[in-house]
Write a protein that binds this ligand. Sequence first.
Ligand code: 13P
Length: 258
Amino acid sequence: MSKQQRAKLVVGNWKMHGRLAANAALLQAVAQGADELPADVRVGVCVPSLYLAQTQALLDGSRVVWGVQDVSAFTHGAYTGEVAAPMVSDFGATFAIVGHSERRAYHRESAELVAVKTQRALDAGLTPIVCVGETLEEREAGATEQVVGTQLDEVLAKLSADEATRLVVAYEPVWAIGTGKSATSEQAQAVHAFLRARLAAKGAADVPLLYGGSVKPDNAEELFRQADIDGGLIGGASLKDQDFLAICKAAAATSVAG
Ligand code: 13P
């Protein structure tokens, strides 16, 4: 499938932000704004799992789909504090982010654990958004492809070709997350092309590839115009309805129907 045929996808990652009242205002504004987007732009929000019921109630019937930021590696059991993928599915969710760099760094999540979580999400009928990305040190050492390639390979090794086609992959350079310093469109495109080739070798060339890391209204369109960038995973800017919708509009400007 050519770039022109792949839909755009913009997903907000709220991280640990939100309260009931603020969520309601944000979700309603996003649902309303999303109504005006062309059909080939998909929009999602990944909220703290505690707010899934609220999100489902407010977004059901809208163009916006929802999900969570992590799932347990287990389906059920004595795992205090964990949230299992089937529980997430109960609330009509579409997405589960897995392997976000903040979880790899602060919760010591290994590549192997991320692979298991990916499988759990797929088994529960969720679409995993598998995050990969290098640190600044790794980039400066020229190890970017080796790092993101290994992160992706660990996941792909556990999946059938059919399962691999059901992923979304997000390239999020750690040095660009929350820093205001996005990768340039050339830097991002180069890594996306590399990831695309790895996915193609597994028969999953058309998996949506999102870029994440300081995406803002003023750099989104340039990033989304790149051949292998199918949209974005948006942190800080997804908490402001106007900014998030402006990024969705940038995706629309680069989509076929837009
Ligand atoms: P920022 O957009 O805040 O840099 O965060 C990116 C991110 O980590 C999305 O998952």
